[in-house]
Ligand binder design. Structure first.
Ligand code: PLP
Length: 401
């Protein structure tokens, strides 16, 4: 029984945690097992090999850590850096802000590059800092690939180009929590040193796995990094990898079976098709927003996110009221505006296990809510704009051709 029951399915459109597909739910519905039996290490081996594919890496070393995105951040930082190390970090929204706060609390010397919320990372300032850093005092660039609070996707290829242009050896640490497995992400090609995500986002699992992938350079850095780490120490994992038992402590058996099923579904659809599906969802949502006469919080097209759209509302509307109504009247969950954009935006999450018709249900719901709160929307306008695009662009379902 739901804690607060509503008829039909809840339309879950927050940008994580997202819908869990039925085969994954079924795969997780099982008893505990002895993780030291031959079965769990054998499955773990396949998981470690296969998660590398979603990071697009052949040289990276993955870690499946029983944690959330926040723990994955901590794992990336404490394994590669020492207290006092200078990091350059971009403040563009709530999640980049929280990561910066974590970096400060872990005693790194954080050099913050701030942008208005709705803008992407200011890479011109990064270029200036790299050019001026002759002594290589910057040890890491920390960047959130997709800022979930504002729906902004940063250009990681350009960050890599800048590092290469200035021949700067700083590590590139990337939060891919709301991007990996949904947006184009290329760990090896972009020279990302640590990439991380959380299971409740595009992988469409319950919360509880932080998936972190370290480049050979990051593993090398971990040998001399002096930050205190215990639970997150990669070295403990590596010891057990060598032994072939894989786990320094008890994994969640159910999540591992869930991850196996989730990866199988992603590979069955094809990772590139999964990414293309997200591209369509993002585009359809933006077309609807435009048809409603509303503005995207993301200020430039180059930063548009295909996993979450933050919609700006007119000043006479409180966006929190939209989110409240969605839940109370239409059994739909939308994302709130966070911190600086609280009351100003609501967010439509369109990531993970989701199809176009589900999205149209959400868009129809948003139209009714907009009318409820006094915004003069023409009912059907956003849905029509999204349909016109989707009808021309939805491919056959790969497994059914
Ligand atoms: N990074 C990004 C981009 C996020 O969107 C989130 C959560 O939404 C986090 C980090 C934090 O992840 P968690 O809540 O799993 O700790």
């Amino acid at each position: 029984m739901d804690y607060v029951y509503g008829p039909g399915k809840n339309h879950l459109f927050v940008p994580g945690p997202v819908n869990i597909p039925e085969p994954v739910l079924r795969a997780m519905n099982r008893n505990n097992e002895d993780y030291r039996s031959p079965a769990i290490p054998a499955m773990t081996k396949t998981l470690l090999e296969d998660v590398k594919k979603i990071f697009k890496t052949t040289t990276g070393t993955p870690f499946l850590i029983p944690t959330t995105g926040t723990g994955a951040w901590e794992s990336a930082l404490t394994n590669t850096l020492s207290p006092g190390d200078r990091t350059v970090s971009f403040l563009i929204g709530q999640f980049s802000l929280l990561w910066i706060d974590q970096q400060q609390r872990l005693n790194f010397n954080v050099d913050v590059i701030e942008s208005e919320w709705g803008q992407g990372a200011n890479l011109d300032i990064l270029a200036e800092k790299l050019a001026a850093d002759h002594s290589h005092s910057i040890k890491a660039i920390c960047i959130v690939h997709n800022e979930t609070a504002t729906g902004v996707t940063n250009n990681l290829a350009t960050v890599r180009k800048l590092l290469d242009h200035y021949r700067h050896p700083a590590l590139l640490l990337v939060d891919g929590v709301s991007s990996i497995c949904a947006l184009d992400f290329r760990m090896d090609e972009w020279g990302v040193d640590v990439a991380l995500t959380g299971s409740q986002k595009a992988l469409s699992l319950p919360t509880g796995l932080g998936i972190v992938c370290a480049s050979p350079k990051a593993l090398e850095a971990s040998k001399s990094a002096k930050s205190v780490r215990v639970f997150f120490d990669w070295n403990d994992y590596l010891k057990f990898y060598k032994l072939g038992t894989f786990w320094p402590y008890t994994p969640s058996i159910q999540l591992l079976y869930g991850l196996r099923a989730a990866l199988d579904l992603i590979f069955e659809e094809g990772l590139d098709n999964v990414i293309a599906r997200h591209t369509r969802m993002g585009k359809a949502t933006r077309l609807a927003v435009e048809a409603w006469g509303l503005k995207n919080c993301t200020q430039r097209e180059e930063w548009y996110s295909d996993t979450v759209t933050a919609v700006l509302v007119p000043p006479y509307i409180d966006s929190a009221e939209i989110v409240k109504r969605a839940w109370k009247r239409y059994n739909m969950s939308l994302g709130l505006g966070l911190n600086k954009v609280a009351g100003k935006v609501f967010r439509i999450g369109h990531l993970g296990n989701l199809n176009e018709l589900q999205l149209l249900g959400c868009l129809a719901g948003v139209e009714m809510i907009l009318k409820d709160v006094g915004y003069p929307v023409k009912l059907g306008s956003g849905v029509a704009a999204a349909c016109a695009y989707l009808q021309n662009n939805i491919p056959m379902i790969p497994s059914r051709i």
